[in-house]
Write a protein that binds this ligand. Structure first.
Ligand code: SAH
Ligand code: SF4
Ligand code: F3S
Length: 464
């Protein structure tokens, strides 16, 4: 059962704003910051909020970490390698600190929210100045003020898991493409996953807040919004607002493109599929993580759908939205996974035909159920399965791409090609990267094209 979310009070947010103003006036405050972000898009959006808060204290973004007075690592702990990468970089920064003694180093995000991690970090890495978790990002002004005025290292990790902060300053990476977090946390407890432990209970923002944010974005010319949540399909859980309602309302506002992620297959309702089919602005792409094609493994993962149910959802989606592109996530080498069960995953790939997939080797996470399951698969076997799976995914996606030859698409141009200055690239509504002739002026615009050729991960097109 979901816990009711608690909105952080205006009084508390004002207190933080006042502290931010005090910091802005301190002569010894850092003048510039650089944020290094790991993990998912929700973390990327948290970094946009951290940047907004830092700018409210008068700091400006440094071009890179070498030129910054404050470097903040916004970490991820979804897999062991994500954690190790972040820590490796923090250690590297110590070398820089030796040359630049005033440099401040902060670590925040999911890794820090794990039990006892902040204390361990501070003890093991004496050059880290501040550490804070995911639940008290809004307190950054108070945390930094303590560091600056009391000249002591600060650890601040809140255990309160049901908070929502509205009205934080945001400095977005892009003006044409914007993230909007619609819900926080997760209650699903998939047996391998650490997210429910580090992101807290599932809680949704009120629809009115999301619509207001979207309205402002539309006014400022945003072409695409990406709605974010660990399980957006269960948006509104415990209230009278639902995800299909939210999507309908956003679609009616006329933002050119709407995307959302991540969808959990168990909550993909017929109503939601209907809204996707009817919506004028909802992109014909769905990221629908399946994790495994094996009935038994799905059950041990606590995913709460069967293979047949997943395939049933795919069929319903394809009937309702004929040109829809599907992408997914897989975990191979889950404890106890046999060769035959892995083959079930490969056959599912063949049956669905994904546009693309993120493929991962199972990584045991402390505190999760799967970490202590019998039958851990050796890294060699898991690696072999991963390679095999990637080949299967690529065969499916090449076929999907070939089917798109000659079709019309609309590309939201994001960058100039590194290889050819006369080419630009961006994503079509179906989510596939498309390269087309163009100039830097096209960035941030939606350009109609016709697909002319295909490769594994990209399509080429001509302007129409
Ligand atoms: N909320 C999303 C995704 C969360 S994390 C969902 O439910 O699908 C993104 C992906 O990381 C997951 O889909 C899963 O494939 C992978 N992942 C999560 N925990 C993992 C672990 N312990 N080992 C390997 N991969 C993992
Ligand atoms: Fe993790 Fe499962 Fe929640 Fe996704 S739905 S965040 S995989 S527990
Ligand atoms: Fe990583 Fe946290 Fe996202 S663990 S995947 S950054 S929610």
């Amino acid at each position: 059962m979901s816990q009711l979310p608690v909105l952080i009070s205006e009084a508390e947010l004002n207190r933080q704003r006042e502290i931010a103003a005090l910091i802005a006036a301190l002569p010894e405050r850092p003048g510039s910051y650089h944020i290094v972000t790991y993990g998912c898009q929700m973390n990327a959006h948290d970094s946009e909020k951290l940047a907004g808060i830092l700018e409210s204290m008068g700091m400006r973004e440094a071009s890179d970490r070498l030129n910054a007075d404050l470097v903040l690592f916004n970490t991820c702990c979804i897999r062991d390698n994500a954690e190790r990468r972040a820590l490796g970089n923090v250690v590297w920064l110590n070398e820089l600190k030796k040359r630049k003694p005033g440099l401040m180093i902060g670590v925040c995000g999911c890794m820090v929210q794990q039990p006892l991690m902040a204390q361990r970090l501070i003890k093991r890495y004496p050059f880290v100045d501040l550490a804070f978790g995911t639940h008290n990002l809004h307190q950054l002004p108070a945390i930094l003020y303590e560091l600056l005025t009391q000249k002591k290292r600060v650890v601040s990790v809140s255990e309160q898991e049901n908070l929502i902060a509205e009205g934080l300053p945001v400095r977005r990476q892009n003006d044409y493409k914007a993230f909007i977090t619609i819900m926080y946390g997760c209650n699903n407890y998939c047996s391998y996953c650490i997210v429910p432990y580090v992101r807290g209970r599932e809680r949704s923002r009120r629809m009115a807040e999301i619509l207001t944010e979207t309205e402002a974005l539309i006014k400022s010319g945003t072409q695409e919004i990406m709605l974010l949540g660990q399980n957006v399909n269960s948006y509104g859980n415990g209230s009278d607002e639902t995800f299909p309602q939210l999507l309908r309302a956003l679609d009616a506002m006329g933002v050119p493109r709407i995307r959302f992620m991540t969808s959990h297959p168990k909550d993909l309702s017929d109503e939601l599929i209907g809204v996707m089919a009817e919506g004028k602005h909802i992109c014909n792409h769905l990221h629908l993580p399946v994790q495994s094609g094996s009935e038994v493994i799905l059950q041990t993962m606590n995913r709460r759908y069967t293979r047949a149910e997943y395939l049933g959802r795919v069929k319903a989606l394809r009937q309702a939205v004929p040109n829809i592109g599907l992408t997914t996530d897989f975990i191979v080498g889950f404890p106890g996974e046999t060769e035959a069960q892995f083959e079930d995953t490969v056959s599912l790939v063949d049956a669905v035909g994904y546009d693309g997939a993120f493929t991962f080797i199972f990584s045991p996470r402390a505190g999760t159920k799967a970490a202590s399951l019998e039958g851990q698969v050796s890294p060699e076997v898991a690696g072999e399965r991963l390679r095999h799976l990637i080949t299967a995914v690529e065969a499916g996606s090449s076929q999907a791409h070939r089917q798109m030859l000659g079709q019309m698409e609309n590309v939201l141009v994001e960058s100039v090609s590194k290889r050819d200055q006369n080419m630009v690239s961006g994503k079509g509504t179906r989510g596939i990267t498309i390269t087309l002739p163009g100039t830097p002026e096209d960035i941030g615009k939606i350009v109609p094209v016709k697909i002319t050729s295909s490769a594994v991960n990209t399509l080429r097109a001509e302007r129409t």
